[in-house]
Design a protein around this ligand. Structure first.
Ligand SMILES: *[C@@H]1O[C@H](CO)[C@@H](O)[C@H](O)[C@H]1NC(C)=O
Ligand SMILES: *[C@@H]1O[C@H](CO)[C@@H](O)[C@H](O)[C@H]1NC(C)=O
Ligand SMILES: *[C@@H]1O[C@H](CO)[C@@H](O)[C@H](O)[C@H]1NC(C)=O
Ligand SMILES: *[C@@H]1O[C@H](CO)[C@@H](O)[C@H](O)[C@H]1NC(C)=O
Length: 271
């Protein structure tokens, strides 16, 4: 069986057996496993106090992993050659990595994913997959970065064929990797968080249409990929209207909602 066929079968099996109805992102250090047990999947920070090897019940815990950026707080930051860093993201205080560096694929699989696999995580949420758009401006340059990202995904799957992967966007590489994807997430069909201004804002209809067009395009490619939209509404004081509208509107598009605060530090709602 080829690499592609093998991963495809595993992922289809995963998707079929692990019916995905509800998801959460929860980035606090202390993970309240009991309260989160209502969700099928919960994405947590790998530096949280969760010990994934001891979790029982239906909830699958996924470890957050930043694919295209790194902060100096990461344990593997010191091992990243400075020449791989090509830009910085001032809003979040992170460094953008040149994802087309061939050696980065194996680095990511062994230095970023492997320590979490060893701890017991079997699912991973890959964030910052589109950060190359900050330094690759021409379409030829962007195509090279996309090849780099596909190679990173393949390296992870070569090391860990059973790993379940949720992508944050990564729409452009979907033709190459849809077979190995557990779910595709994106942010804000309706309710957004402006981290620079520190406020909740409604999404422009144009932005929503662009996202829904991507969803449609990928569903045509692979009708079985679950999509998740992370929506942001004020938790305190709780904007119940914002939460309820986001849940209902997102579901109406056949997308799984998760609604929480802008920094994903509180337990939100998915149903
Ligand atoms: C990114 O890495 C590729 C491959 O090593 C290299 O050709 C390119 O010049 C690098 N880009 C930047 C902006 O450093
Ligand atoms: C992958 O999962 C299958 C089915 O659950 C299991 O039989 C196999 O041992 C796993 N392989 C690895 C490398 O963990
Ligand atoms: C809408 O999209 C534009 C252009 O991509 C972006 O700058 C803006 O932040 C988005 N606004 C909202 C509220 O989604
Ligand atoms: C609650 O959210 C809605 C959007 O769903 C918004 O129009 C409204 O201004 C928000 N209310 C408050 C008090 O922020």
């Amino acid at each position: 069986m080829s690499f592609q066929q093998c991963c495809f079968l595993l992922t289809v099996l995963c998707r079929a057996t692990g019916t995905l109805n509800s998801v959460a992102w929860y980035y606090q250090y202390s993970v309240p496993v009991l309260q989160l047990s209502q969700f099928d999947v919960v994405v947590v920070s790998p530096s949280s106090n969760l010990n994934p090897a001891t979790v029982t019940g239906k909830t699958k815990y996924f470890a957050y992993a930043s694919l295209g950026e790194v902060t100096s707080k990461e344990p593997y930051y010191k091992d990243i050659p400075k020449s791989w860093i090509v830009a910085s993201n001032d809003i979040w205080g992170t460094y953008v990595i040149n994802v087309s560096v061939p050696a980065y694929a194996d680095f990511f699989a062994t230095k970023v994913v492997e320590p979490q696999w060893t701890r017991g995580y079997r699912g991973f949420f890959f964030d910052t997959m589109d950060s190359y758009e900050r330094y690759a401006m021409t379409s030829a340059d962007q195509a090279k970065q996309q090849v780099g990202i596909v190679n990173i995904i393949k390296a992870v799957k070569a090391h860990y064929p059973n790993a379940s992967l949720i992508f944050n966007r990564g729409f452009e590489i979907m033709p190459q990797v849809h077979d190995v994807v557990f779910a595709v997430a994106f942010e804000s069909l309706y309710a957004s968080w402006d981290n620079a201004a520190k406020k909740y804002v409604a999404v422009d209809p144009d932005n929503r249409s662009r996202l829904l067009a991507k969803v449609k395009e990928i569903k045509e490619l692979d009708p079985n990929i679950p999509f998740i939209s992370i929506e942001y509404c004020s938790p305190t004081p709780a904007n119940n209207t914002c939460q309820q509208n986001a849940i209902e509107n997102v579901k109406a598009h056949g997308v799984i909602p998760y609604v929480a605060d802008g920094l994903l530090m509180t337990i939100g709602r998915s149903t």
